[in-house]
Design a protein around this ligand. Sequence first.
Ligand SMILES: [Mn+2]
Length: 540
Amino acid sequence: MKYKIIEPQHYQQIQARYHINSLLAKVIESRQYDEKTLKEMMNPRLIYHDFSLFEEADMTLERIHEAIEQHEKICIYGDYDCDGILATTILVQAFLELGVKVGYHIPHRFEDGYGLNVRRVEQMAEKGYTLIITVDNGVKAFEAVERANELGIDVIITDHHQFDQDLPDACTIIHTKLSPDYPFKEISGGYVAYKLASALLGRQDKYLFCLAAITTISDMMPLLNENRSLVRRALTFMKEGKYLSLELLLGNQQTYSTYGIGFVIAPKINSFGRLPELCSPNILVKYFLKNAPRDFMVQVAQMATSLNTKRQTMTNQQYELAKQQMNDDFLCWASDEIHEGIMGLIAGKYTREYERPSFVMNHDKDKGLYKGSARSVEGFSLHQFFMEHQDQFVICGGHSLAGGFTVDEAHFDSFCQCVKDSLQGRHFQPTTSVLQIDENDIVLSSVESLSLLEPFGMKNEEPLYILKNVPVSRVQQMGQGKHLKMESQFPHGQMSMLYFQHGDLYGELKNIKTMNVIGTLQINEYRHQKSINFIIKDIV
Ligand SMILES: [Mn+2]
């Protein structure tokens, strides 16, 4: 790993201006926030933008109220990932509280695919639905919306995905990027749904607020502005509320944190959408409703754990197969056995481990198609690659670091050649930024003050520090020799340094006097005594 060391230059000005300690000032300087974001970070006030700021907000509410008064049949149409499932739940629950029972559908990843489709619209028409509200999808559903219009169904689209120049001919569209007055654009599908729900209810709802926070983390929205307020506040609601639906998924080994949500709760929810042949994700909407029966919830939570374990096992097994096909510069792997629901996970695992681009495909012999997922690293934009080689694909799309595509059999060889031509001999060495701090920054109250910036996550990452010439006073092994622990004395405090999974370095380090370490700072609390921990990521 290559490091880029950031040496703070202007932190004393920030320190004086905001009356804060040097450590916090250095972290803030390293982030290079603009004035507005900096003010938001330093201000503990909750940021929340109201539904009325959306363009077409009034028309949307009018159409829904009309539907309620006329006893029309309403259907919420979601998506099969965590964001889409919880967005659906949020609206279904809000309608229930208004005394309105609505229908809902979570699409099947393989049978329906992503987004509202013509076949489902026709089914809904047959069942007498006259209003469809999409959540976390819809902004590209041109054909389905057109079909709905023909069949006399109105469609209200609520979405947060990128759209092209043209928009479907829907009744109304609720989207931050179509709303000049809406101040912050990067919110999840679940949070858009929450805004509509609270407008319909005429109040805020703690539990639904928590569900919106989960979607913000699972959809990797930047933890800035109203998203940071949402997650920060929701974490306290979750701890107080002890909601059974969340408790069961979190288990008792974990705590409510961005990590617990992102790495324990969200993957369990997502596993239903990845393996819909084993259990329909529709069942999760019922699970998250407030009146779900306890026995049912316990069963579904057990199902979530076993589906997630199965998903992990499959990923690991197929990852080993994929690795046999990798070369020095990239992975381009097609198999007729790989499960479509986990291609993205395999590509992601490879790209994280080797820091190289990856293309993982399922070969559907019946349809004569290769359907794939791609992941990339800084320096190779998938979006650009797709644009430059559009003629190779049946369909392709995505961002710079992640995307999806389909290639027909006739183009498979030339597609592989394109990948090879673009990537062979190219080496990507990503650099990680580390913030240089010194002995005077190691103060208990300063480390505690960093919680002002929490919760950490996307676009608001936990700071990584470099400390040079750290005096080491005591080196010991922990956990039957697995880990390493060292003590350091500084002018204003003491610090324990922990190097997990590196107990084997004991012999090498036991007599060391000083070292340069890279890692994170944490507060350790033991029997009401607080102390500073430095979690070592690397010794340089
Ligand atoms: Mn989403």
